[in-house]
Design a protein around this ligand. Structure first.
Ligand code: PBE
Length: 290
């Protein structure tokens, strides 16, 4: 009896929100109870892993990690075929410009309520390189401006896209350089992460530092390595950390020996992202495994 009651209930709850694009299988079955993720070392991967614990309905669901390029390929293919797919996504990113996508509501706040992108330095940078420290501290733009560079960086080299932005916004760059004395070919190591948003900002801040005489090296690494390198003084600075949520665990671990100069861009967001045509609005409404 209990079994047939459960089956009837399951049948009744098989509402539109749980149906796949073909109207037959539910969304969970259609995506094989799998979230399409990105690099294992990304902050958002840690958040999505915690999410699987935060939501009872996601018991048994899996996060498949790969790479951002791999995730984007799967997203593109699913959209071409109008098939369901659930990915880990974020803004600023060009995916929202190119496709009709939505972020699922996150009532348990597994992804937090948004982040700001911070500028951090190693201890002692202010004493050793006061000019660079002043520029890093003044560096500030909006995620919309960042988005312009990200977008252009899809068609041309990110270095070139950043250079174009700097050329068109020299007044703003001047405001970061205001009152700072030029230096004579001093080397500085900027450490960053390999996502387009941070490739954009690392290149923009590097061009600004080069304008007053710095010789800048940019190195892209996993977030955990980034925090480790700034914490132990191997790298001078970074404009890449997403705080307090995305990289919060790394900041907890290494933050004591890191100087946080505060946000350089405000209002990023991580989430589960699905195509608009999918009939689901919240992580809490994803069907539990049967
Ligand atoms: N991201 C983009 C990175 C930071 C920037 C959200 C994919 C992450 O560590 O998750």
């Amino acid at each position: 009896m209990a079994g047939s009651a459960a089956m009837i209930l399951a049948g009744c709850s098989d509402d539109a929100a749980n149906e796949g694009a073909n109207g037959e299988t539910n969304i969970g079955e259609a995506v094989e109870y799998t979230i399409t993720g990105i690099e294992p070392g990304a902050g958002i991967t840690g958040q999505a892993t915690n999410m699987l614990e935060d939501y009872e309905n996601l018991a048994g669901w899996e996060l498949e990690t790969s790479s951002t390029a791999g995730m984007m390929t799967e997203l593109e293919q699913a959209i071409q075929n109008e098939e369901p797919i659930i990915v880990t996504g974020w803004t600023p990113h060009w995916m929202f410009e190119r496709y009709d996508l939505k972020m699922l509501e996150d009532p348990e706040l597994s992804f937090g309520e948004g982040d700001d992108i911070h500028t951090i330095t190693r201890e002692g940078l202010e004493q050793d390189m006061p000019e660079a420290n002043a520029v890093l501290d003044a560096f500030n733009w909006s995620v919309e401006e960042m988005q312009v560079v990200i977008e252009e960086g899809q068609d041309i080299d990110m270095e070139e896209a950043a250079a174009n932005w700097v050329e068109e916004n020299q007044d703003q760059v001047d405001s970061w350089l205001e009152g700072v004395e030029p230096v004579d070919d001093v080397s500085i190591d900027i450490i960053s992460v390999p996502w387009d948003s941070e490739r954009a900002s690392a290149n923009v801040i590097s061009l600004a530092l080069e304008q007053i005489g710095y010789d800048v090296t940019i190195t892209d690494v996993d977030p955990s390595i980034l925090f480790q390198a700034v914490g132990n003084g191997e790298a001078d600075a970074s404009v890449a950390p997403w705080l307090p949520n995305t990289h919060g665990a790394f900041m907890d671990e290494y933050g004591e020996s890191i100087v946080d100069l505060g946000p350089n861009a405000e209002g990023t967001m991580n989430a589960l992202v699905v195509p608009e045509y999918m009939d689901v609005e919240s992580i809490a409404d994803l069907p539990a495994m049967e």
